[in-house]
Design a protein around this ligand. Structure first.
Ligand code: ADP
Ligand code: MG
Length: 685
């Protein structure tokens, strides 16, 4: 019931707490909500070599006929064991663990659990864990959670801490009415939280997950509606008269607007001049040209004597937008007075920017969430635009809107959401879609390759860099040891720096655990061409625009949702040069089929839907599509059915009790406050 700092958990000292903090966990409640990223399933051990499945983790029960040997390969002692039955033989190896031999004596009955591969036509189990039959029997049939980890804080420690907190029954209180839980077959909240961590079976895991997914959607919907109220036509205090000369700028640009851009712009102009407050979402794939649409709308704000603001989720992006607008203003002699406002400005410059905004010396304001701080006051804020909407919380968007009385609102997003879902997620917004890419854009060349192609890829990148280009290399993990078999940016960066130390490509490192200032510095360095290869986690996804980058290489590509891969790929192919996307697949044939979809399509909506169709709704723990879209467990594609239910129920509840004042909703209100505080406090990439 009472939340408490994790240092109160037995066995969690200050140092461990510091490491937990790195993972975003400070309190017991945080820890309960720190869900596993995967599970180890302990299946009953096989008793025949013939039933082992290569390329997966297997458990094998055996009596040792011979003791283990130790051979010295190069620098490492390798412990080897050969197990046989009528059907064949299995080699078992451990690197650099000579002490194991004591345990591996002839005559013993043991269970080995590890990945089985076929090596030089021989079945080999590598680095397996060793159990006595009794130990394994106790584990058999269970799932053990695998958590996101960080250096110094391993899975076992996290498991122990979670178990300790789970022993505190009722830390979380049920807040959903029983009839609702019954209607949708939802687990009780404490049951769900406990079993998302330690399920006894797959069914239980799915049952627990469904409840928590429902909660995520439900809270999201309640929060959205609670904050925004219902969509209705509100007369606007800022009626625009669309300035024909401003609108004609569209015809003078170095390129012609696409039909889709024109159509959307027309919708925006109609809204702005229609007498009501605009609330519109513009969805358009990466590279569809949303920015210029935003600029043309902002120009109208300026020409009408109003102010307009554009809020971007990162400083780099805000600076890019600002530079682009300045360029446009200069080239065409536009009478606009833009100003940049980000957290990175010196205090003095910030004050100056704030003064200009207050006194209406500036009419187009571009910035980050620094725009929504209390100190920022506008004179006549008539139009508010948020870029990369999915990176912001609802509350942040609303906070900016509140600065203007009731300004027109435009939000822009590249996340491909099917229209039916967008209607639910952004229920209070009208929706425009830019469903056409500018003509003449070169098709990105794609390759799906195995890990043995890496060497070639590195050489290819070096050649591109030598020709003056830049490259991205994406890995799923930050540090080594977080998850077996997955590449991490720390090691990859070190490896490449060593490889290219003498005048080769200059490598920069970027990941989400760096401080915001550091992240910005790295992205700026890369954008300025002072680094050639950016080794990064998916944080780079946010609309960064480096037209000189021509290669996007993605490790463990099968681990990502196709929609997310498509977004990543959209970082290249932004300039005139031919660009390339190299997807390193470590997931075998099935994964390859999925990845091939990317080879054959450039359409983000199509890709997301195909992915869903291929994987089927059963594959819940595989890949997440929506990537960074607000949710921890839930996925708007695979959990679309639950999403609909949750939104419907949220609406029903708020109709009855719009302010959540009723006693039976007290617990929900508390949860909502916590959710809003937590979710929208400070932006992290
Ligand atoms: P996004 O929709 O991903 O935000 P941007 O607005 O950053 O895309 O546009 C991507 C690139 O395409 C920019 O360099 C922009 O100048 C260019 N661009 C925008 N519209 C067109 C067009 N109609 N024809 C050609 N290039 C365009
Ligand atoms: Mg953009």
């Amino acid at each position: 019931m009472r939340d408490y700092p994790i240092t109160e958990i037995k066995g969690v000292g200050g140092k461990t707490a510091g490491l937990f903090h790195k993972l975003g966990v400070d309190t017991a409640e945080d820890l309960l909500r720190f869900y596993p990223r995967d599970y180890e399933e302990y299946r009953p051990a096989a008793r025949e070599i013939g039933s082992l499945v290569p390329d997966t983790v297997n458990a094998y029960f055996a009596r040792l006929i011979k003791s283990a040997d130790i051979v010295n390969y190069g620098r490492y002692p390798v412990t080897t064991l050969t197990l046989r039955d009528e059907a064949g033989s299995l080699a078992v190896v451990w690197y650099n663990m000579p002490w194991l031999r004591k345990m591996l004596q002839a005559g013993r009955l043991l269970v080995f659990r590890g990945r089985v591969v076929r090596k030089r036509n021989r079945l080999t189990m590598e680095q397996p864990e060793i159990f006595t039959p009794e130990q394994y029997e106790a584990l058999s049939g269970t799932f053990l959670p695998i958590y996101p980890q960080t250096k110094g804080l391993g899975n076992k420690t996290i498991q122990k801490a979670v178990r300790a907190v789970l022993a505190d029954k009722e830390l979380t209180r049920e807040y959903l009415p029983e009839n609702l839980r019954e209607a949708y077959e939802l687990a009780e909240i404490n049951f769900a939280v406990e079993h998302i961590h330690f399920p006894d079976s797959r069914e239980q895991l799915l049952y627990a997950r469904k409840r928590l997914v429902f909660d995520e959607f439900f809270l999201f919907a309640v929060a959205a509606k609670y904050l925004r109220g219902k969509k209705e036509d509100v007369p606007s205090a800022y009626p625009f008269r669309i300035d024909p000369e401003g609108a004609a700028l569209a015809e003078r640009l170095p390129y012609r607007l696409t039909g889709a851009q024109k159509k959307v712009l027309g919708e925006i102009y109609a809204d702005l001049s229609g007498g009501h407050v605009m609330k519109r979402l513009v969805q358009g794939d990466v590279g569809s040209g949303k920015t210029v649409v935003a600029f043309l709308a902002l120009l109208q704000a300026s020409l009408n004597g109003f102010q307009g603001a554009l809020m971007a989720p990162t400083e780099v992006l805000a600076e890019q937008h600002y530079a682009a607008l300045m360029e446009l203003a200069k080239t065409y002699g536009l009478p606009v007075r833009p100003v940049l406002l980000t957290g990175a400005l010196k205090a003095k410059d910030k004050r100056e920017a704030q003064r200009k905004i207050r006194e209406h010396e500036a009419d187009i304001v571009i910035g980050t969430h620094a725009l929504i701080q209390d100190k920022v006051e506008f004179d006549r804020l008539a139009l508010v635009i948020t870029d990369e909407q999915h990176r912001f919380g609802v509350e942040q968007r609303t906070a900016l809107e509140e600065k203007g009385g009731e300004p027109h609102v435009l939000v822009m997003s590249a996340t491909p959401i099917p229209r039916t879902l967008a209607v639910i997620l952004y229920g209070d917004l009208d929706i425009s879609v830019i469903d056409e890419l500018p003509a003449g854009r070169r098709h990105i060349k794609n390759a799906v390759v195995g890990p043995d192609y890496r060497e070639n890829a590195y050489r290819f990148i070096a050649r591109e860099v030598a020709a003056g280009r830049q490259a991205y290399l994406i890995c799923p993990m930050v540090e080594p040891g977080e998850m077996q078999d997955l590449e991490n940016v720390t090691d990859t960066c070190a490896l490449l720096r060593k490889r290219w130390k003498d005048g080769g490509p200059r490598v920069a490192l970027l990941h989400g655990r760096m401080k915001p200032g550091e992240k910005n510095a790295v992205m700026e360095k890369f954008a300025a061409g002072e680094a050639d290869v950016l080794v990064s986690t998916t944080v780079v996804e946010v609309g960064i625009n480096v037209p000189n980058a021509t290669v996007m290489m993605i490790e463990n590509a099968e681990r990502f949702g196709l929609a997310q891969l498509h977004q990543l790929r959209g970082r290249v192919g932004r300039g005139d040069a031919q660009s390339y996307c190299i997807l390193v697949n470590t997931g075998g044939k099935e994964a390859e089929k999925r990845l091939d979809i990317l080879k054959n399509s450039d359409d983000g909506f199509f890709i997301a839907n195909e992915d869903l169709r291929l994987r089927g709704p059963g594959d819940i723990f595989g890949v997440r599509q929506s990537g960074d879209l607000e949710f921890q467990l839930a996925d708007i594609y695979t959990d679309a059915a639950v999403l609909k239910d949750a939104v419907r129920e949220a609406e029903k509840l708020l109709r009855k009790d719009p302010e959540l004042r009723r006693k039976e909703n007290a617990e929900l209100k508390k949860l909502l406050d916590r959710y809003l505080r937590k979710k929208y406090s400070g932006l992290t990439l």
